[in-house]
Design a protein around this ligand. Structure first.
Ligand SMILES: *[C@@H]1O[C@H](CO)[C@@H](O)[C@H](O)[C@H]1NC(C)=O
Ligand SMILES: *[C@@H]1O[C@H](CO)[C@@H](O)[C@H](O)[C@H]1NC(C)=O
Ligand SMILES: *[C@@H]1O[C@H](CO)[C@@H](O)[C@H](O)[C@H]1NC(C)=O
Ligand SMILES: *[C@@H]1O[C@H](CO)[C@@H](O)[C@H](O)[C@H]1NC(C)=O
Length: 283
């Protein structure tokens, strides 16, 4: 019992030693790893898997396998370790960073990072040893956050205000670059018409988590506008595969109609309720 434990420990120790020696050696041919291209884009707060795999899923003896993941941050140019495994040794240098050992037995050394943060973007390097061979791969991890977009008509604070504002608000996006375009569809012309004047985009505000907010304001003179005009805010951002389009339709007439219908309903309801009340009370 004890001797088997000792021999197991010794085997592990030897494996560690061999692997540690291999880290220092130049890369010899034979072993290769596949990464997911040059850049991998992930969303802020998502759980990510950075791919690093030996093609063809070979069956490996785990005692001969070692892996170290490094990251070189954009701000901090020095490379630091994220995770390492060899012999009897497993260590995470970033909370939750893992390489599932089950996958490693079939050559999958992909790194899992839960809840990725903006500052974790950078170059990730996977260094894999399968005694006596060694391979490495690099990939850029880009962390982005998509904006929460709201489009709304700002309630007029001044009575009989001639101007109205439509606001297109983008919250919580990263990186900072964005583009906001305005357009409209009128009842007369159902083609998209870009609005090139009368809008301003406010300053970009930075949130504590590193993401940004910004609003664009479109100023209208509703009296001059056709009723039923639909205004559209078009947002372009790195995190969006296609431009995001939001519509708002100005129809004061419509809003009044709704109010009128509701009032009419109350006017009808009240005598009915009254009659019912009388009936119950005086029966
Ligand atoms: C990330 O993984 C954790 C468990 O590790 C899970 O609770 C969480 O829902 C996952 N988040 C996402 C965005 O998938
Ligand atoms: C870079 O990161 C390492 C490890 O986290 C840290 O020890 C070092 O101080 C950092 N350097 C800079 C310039 O931030
Ligand atoms: C950005 O927008 C969010 C959501 O509306 C808000 O909670 C936050 O305070 C805004 N940040 C700044 C810096 O204004
Ligand atoms: C916005 O309105 C226009 C015109 O009514 C319509 O063609 C378009 O599909 C709408 N887009 C969205 C995103 O609702």
């Amino acid at each position: 019992m004890a001797s088997s434990w000792v021999s197991e420990w010794q085997a592990g120790y030897m494996a560690s030693l061999v692997l540690v020696l291999l880290w220092c050696m130049p890369i010899a041919g034979g072993l290769e790893v596949d990464m997911a291209g040059m850049t991998q884009m992930v969303f802020l707060h998502d759980n990510v898997t950075i791919t690093c795999k030996i093609p063809g899923s070979p069956r490996l003896d785990i005692d001969t396998v070692g892996i170290i993941w490094f990251v070189k941050n954009e701000l901090n140019k020095s490379e630091v370790k994220v995770f390492e495994f060899y012999g009897n040794h497993v260590e995470s240098f970033r909370p939750g960073a893992t390489v599932p050992l089950l996958g490693l037995e079939s050559g999958d050394a992909s790194l899992h990072l839960p809840e990725v943060q903006l500052w974790e973007a950078g170059e990730y390097r996977c260094m894999l040893v399968v005694t006596p061979d060694k391979a490495e791969g690099k990939i850029m991890l880009e962390v982005v956050a998509y904006p929460t977009i709201r489009l709304f008509v700002k309630p007029s604070t001044v009575r009989n205000d001639e101007e109205e504002h439509i606001i297109c608000e983008l919250d919580g996006f990263y990186p900072e670059a964005f583009s906001i375009k305005w357009g409209k569809y009128t009842l007369k012309d159902s083609q998209f018409q870009e609005i090139t004047e009368g809008h301003v985009t406010g300053p970009t505000l930075k949130n504590d988590d590193g993401t940004f907010n910004v609003s664009s304001y479109l100023t209208l003179k509703p009296s001059l506008e056709d009723h039923g005009t639909t205004y559209q805010c078009v947002v372009l951002h790195r995190s969006l595969l296609v431009p995001k389009k939001l519509n708002v339709t100005l129809s004061e007439e419509g809003a009044k109609d709704v109010h009128f219908a509701f009032l009419a309903f109350l006017v009808l309801l009240f005598p009915a309720a009254y009659a019912l009340w009388r009936c119950v009370l005086y029966k």
